[in-house]
Design a protein. Structure first.
Length: 349
């Protein structure tokens, strides 16, 4: 019962990834699992290391060249290169070239541990400073002759005659006629549709010479009050409690107070303003005041709708019932009754 059925096809896993592999004959690169399944690298560093290992020798892999190909920023690409260099998959050195210039030489390793062991062996085999170089002529005044031991004679092997085997006649089996195989119909060729080659879309990264959009002005409240400005200043001063990266100077906080006051005037709650200004900051964050100024101007919520005027309640002078009117007086029924009473009588007494 424990024998596995060899002829049974393997079952596909019920969960997880299922690989549909097609044998590649061109356009492929062998990548080690040491890189693709590394637990200490980010996904961006693994993808960038895979791309670098697939490039031919001599291809430029600088930060500017990679940022011109991929949509990631130069800061994220530089961080991924530092990760690869820290874990040994990349090595960058500065070398002097002709004309007194310096060039960066990048070395990509698919097996960092083996490469490190090779460099250690090469460093151990290198001569120490002050010793003779390998291949230099060495003169020995009184060198002793090298004694070569004489080879020992091999033992003589005497051939032993093997006993003759007795041949027993075996009757020849009668030929069994196998049934003629049935003709197998030839498979009908299935037309294979050509796989469309994806066309790269247009680049969405603007060029360095493209004109920049004008910076949006910092919003300001329409009806500024001291209480509104005080609440905005308290909100800016309390940002480091929840977001330590947004530690502002007194001058920067004073300049951003009108923008925060405009948000509060439009009905935004302080916790919503704090989340909109500090969530998902760029890494690294170099100018927190500039980021807050941009978000205050670009993410400004719309103003509150105008309030519908409320007509006050009035008491009728005749029946003392309540009715809505901007001026005091009588209700509609009492006004109609007065108008009917003031009309002349048309029927004679």
């Amino acid at each position: 019962m424990d024998t596995q059925q060899v002829s049974a096809p393997p079952r596909a896993p019920s969960a997880g990834v299922v690989h549909i592999n097609i044998r590649l004959t061109d356009g492929y690169t062998i990548i080690s699992n040491r890189l693709t399944q590394h637990r200490g690298l980010s996904l961006l560093a693994i993808g960038l290391g895979t791309h670098i290992q697939s490039l031919p020798d001599g291809w430029r892999v600088g930060i500017k060249a990679l940022a011109a190909i991929f949509p990631e920023s130069e800061a994220r690409i530089a961080a991924a290169l530092r990760e690869l260099e820290q874990h040994g998959f990349l090595r960058r050195t500065r070398e002097r070239v002709g004309g007194g210039k310096l060039a960066t030489r990048t070395e990509s390793y698919n097996h960092p541990e083996a490469a490190a062991r090779g460099r250690a062996r090469a460093a151990a085999a290198a001569p120490l400073p002050g010793t003779a170089r390998v291949g230099a002529p060495v003169v020995a005044a009184a060198a002793e002759p090298v004694r070569v031991p004489a080879p020992e004679p091999e033992p003589v092997r005497v051939p032993v005659p093997e006993p003759e085997s007795v041949r027993v006649p075996v009757p020849e089996p009668e030929p069994v006629r196998a049934p003629a195989p049935e003709p197998v119909p030839a498979p009908t060729p299935v037309p294979v549709e050509p796989v469309p080659v994806p066309v790269p879309g247009p680049r969405l990264v603007p060029t360095p010479t493209a004109p920049r959009k004008p910076r949006l002005p910092l919003p300001a409240p329409q009806q500024p009050t001291e209480a509104l400005y005080a609440a905005a200043a308290d909100l800016l001063a309390g940002l480091p409690r929840t977001a330590p990266l947004f530690l502002l100077s007194e001058e920067d906080a004073r300049g951003l107070v009108p923008g925060v006051a405009a948000w509060l005037e439009r009905g935004a709650r302080p916790d919503a303003v704090r989340a909109a200004l500090t969530d998902d900051p760029p890494v690294p964050l170099r100018h927190p005041a500039k980021l807050l100024r941009h978000r205050l101007a670009a993410l400004l919520p719309p103003p509150l709708p105008a309030a519908v005027p409320v007509v006050p309640l009035q008491n009728c002078d005749d029946c003392d019932r309540a009715f809505r009117s901007s001026v005091p007086g009588c209700c509609r029924e009492c006004r109609d009754a007065r108008a009917y009473a003031d009309e002349p009588c048309l029927v004679g007494a």
